[in-house]
Write a new protein. Structure first.
Length: 347
């Protein structure tokens, strides 16, 4: 067999054997590790490897990835298959395999990259699952006092600008002299978001994949809250002043919606910034978030801030300050806006 290209989703998998006999009998679940042969390239022609490097793949290559579900309105809707199939799909560049059931229209011409299973990665005869692989699961403790302030970056939809907002927020907080951490709580494994925040100055970055999750789509609320606790525990070790928390996709997405309606989670958040793709989405986002967070919803950002006309529309209709990327990195302005949010809460 050729060299196996190991995806980022499998970064914790080092010692393994390939079991071909389980291919048809084992029912896969999210996190199960398998080796596939690339049959036909589609919209994804590369994976992010175990070191986070962009690794091109070609027909005939062998890759190690995990099974996982995916929800991405501008990419794929995909699920872990319920049984063996002659063909699987690469559904995430971070190294996730599954069955595509729908896709964004721009991807339809190429479709997903097609894979054939070679066998499962096993350790002592047992299929390796990356979720909490050699790690301890921590149970969410909503009563624990944390030594840092939390800022939630949430978006109206996928690609609304929430990651860029989070990253520039990290930069602004660093410019203000603060020690900053960033975590991405939900989504599909891919290093790009946390590396952008790191490059913008965050002292520590992590996401759900560091606990072995290929994605969080279809995970129970309890599971996601435990992921939150695990990430918070790691953040506590570096004692930041601020923790920027990003949740994936939009406010209507299942897991995001569940978190926004769960009081123990929302009570752990000190400030919220909403990113939107257009001016009308701002109105809907505020209607959903303001009853939950009140004055803790302190600012607006996102793609719409790239349009002076949309910024003017929003500023005419809403009470919240609009923070362009330039304003997000302005230490004095950012400190002032955050202080005002705290003052309003106290009142």
């Amino acid at each position: 067999m050729k060299t196996i290209k190991r995806a980022n989703s499998c970064k914790s998998v080092i010692d393994f054997k390939i079991n071909r006999s389980l291919t048809k009998s084992h029912k896969p679940k999210a996190g199960d590790v398998a080796i596939f042969k690339v049959l036909e390239l589609g919209s994804l022609n590369a994976i992010q490897d175990y070191a986070g490097r962009n690794c091109y793949i070609f027909e005939g290559d062998y890759i190690m990835v995990t099974f996982g579900n995916r929800y991405a309105s501008n990419q794929f809707e995909a699920y872990v298959p319920k049984a063996y199939q002659e063909e699987y799909h690469l559904v995430g560049k971070g190294g996730v395999a599954g069955n595509v059931v729908s896709m964004y229209y721009k991807l339809e011409e190429k479709g997903p990259t097609k894979l054939k299973m070679v066998g499962y990665a096993v350790d002592q005869g047992k299929v390796i699952n990356t979720i909490y692989h050699h790690q301890e699961r921590k149970v969410f403790n909503p009563f624990k006092q944390r030594g840092f302030k939390t800022i939630l970056s949430v978006g109206s939809s996928m690609d609304s600008g929430k990651t860029t907002t989070a990253a520039f927020l990290c930069r602004g907080l660093k410019n203000a002299g603060h020690k900053v951490a960033y975590i991405k709580l939900t989504g599909t494994v891919f290093n790009k978001d946390k590396m952008l925040c790191f490059d913008c100055g965050a002292d520590y970055v992590a996401d759900f994949s560091d606990l072995g999750f290929p994605s969080t789509y279809l995970c129970s609320l309890a599971t996601i809250l435990d992921v939150y606790e695990g990430l918070l525990s790691n953040v506590e070790a570096m004692n930041p002043d601020y923790l920027v928390i990003e949740v994936a996709d939009g406010l209507y997405q299942k897991e995001t919606s569940a978190l926004m309606n769960h009081l123990p989670f929302t009570e752990s958040i000190d400030h919220v910034i909403l990113s939107c793709g257009n001016s009308l989405a701002v109105h809907a986002g505020i209607e959903l978030l303001a009853p939950v967070f009140g004055p803790r919803l302190f600012a607006l950002g996102g793609l719409f801030t790239g349009s002076p006309l949309m910024v003017a529309e929003v500023e005419e209709k809403t009470y919240l300050p609009v923070l362009t990327l330039e304003k997000l990195v302005d230490a004095n302005l950012l400190n002032s806006v955050l202080k005002e949010s705290v003052t309003e809460v106290a009142v």
